[in-house]
Design a protein around this ligand. Structure first.
Ligand SMILES: Nc1ncnc2c1ncn2[C@@H]1O[C@H](COP(=O)(O)OP(=O)(O)OP(=O)(O)O)[C@@H](O)[C@H]1O
Length: 240
């Protein structure tokens, strides 16, 4: 689905952390969101999800997300957070099944299609063997793979991922990028933060570069993530 941001500005504690951001991401593209620590990447993802108040509009296939219910947004957009702390030792299968909550009827998430979605998502991430393990007892990388499986089970065709590869081993990273590419080829829209511009240049189609709350560049990775572009992005990030 085409994801459009129009004039997004957001304040936190009175400080402007997103400053008039606009972009358009067509179906079937993998977009990397890059910038130094504190640039506003996570905030931007949270604004798209409706978790942070902001000025401006987010449109998905022309529909203004502010006019949709939380449940309607969750059926369209899945989010993979950097980490997810859970207080209870849910099994991995239960965690992934939570991705189906927006499809639940009468609060139940047991119909066959939901089970298929969970089984399929576990298989896609190569973690079917973890299905009955307690989520709280997994390694950081295994937990991250579960969060990605949960997003896939959710069924939305727009995926927002916050540094999904940061705790994954090399094999899991390769599977993740291949999986995301496969989804993009099926028309999914993928927006993913990363701190690795060199990998991003190989893997993604488009890059959005943010610094100090502003979108400083946007375009095909080959033209935006040049050596010079990367140096400029990460130079003098700190504002005294
Ligand atoms: N809960 C909060 N309350 C107030 N300000 C916040 C809050 N969370 C983040 N900020 C500020 O908003 C700005 C953007 O933070 P954000 O987490 O979006 O950056 P980021 O680009 O995702 O950083 P990182 O790469 O370190 O994850 C930062 O200046 C940060 O200090």
């Amino acid at each position: 689905m085409t994801l459009v941001a129009e004039d997004i500005s957001c304040r936190r504690d009175g400080r402007l952390v997103l400053d008039d951001i606009s972009f358009s991401l067509p179906d079937g593209t993998m977009t990397a969101l890059l910038g130094p620590n504190g640039a506003g990447k996570t905030t931007l993802l949270r604004v798209i999800l409706g978790l942070e108040k902001a000025d401006g509009r987010i449109l998905l296939n022309g529909a203004d997300l502010s006019t949709l219910t939380r449940r309607e947004v969750a059926r369209r957009i899945a989010y993979v957070p950097q980490t997810n702390t859970v207080a209870f030792a849910y099994t991995v299968a239960d965690m992934v099944a939570m991705g189906r909550l927006s499809h639940a009827r009468f609060g139940l998430i047991t119909p066959a299609d939901d089970k298929d979605a969970v089984t399929g998502a576990l298989a896609r991430l190569n973690i079917s063997h973890l299905a009955d393990r307690a989520y709280t007892q997994l390694s950081g990388g295994e937990q991250q793979a579960v969060l990605i499986a949960r997003a896939l089970a959710q069924g939305g065709r727009t995926l927002l991922l916050d540094e999904p590869a940061s705790a994954l081993d090399f094999g899991q990273q390769k599977r993740l990028w291949a999986q995301l590419r496969d989804l993009a080829e099926q028309g999914y829209t993928i927006l993913c933060t990363t701190h690795d511009p060199l990998r991003a240049r190989e893997i993604f189609d488009v890059a959005l570069l943010m610094r100090q709350g502003r979108l400083v560049d946007c375009g095909a990775v080959g033209s935006v993530l040049t050596d010079e572009g990367i140096d400029t992005l990460y130079a003098s990030a700190h504002v005294p």
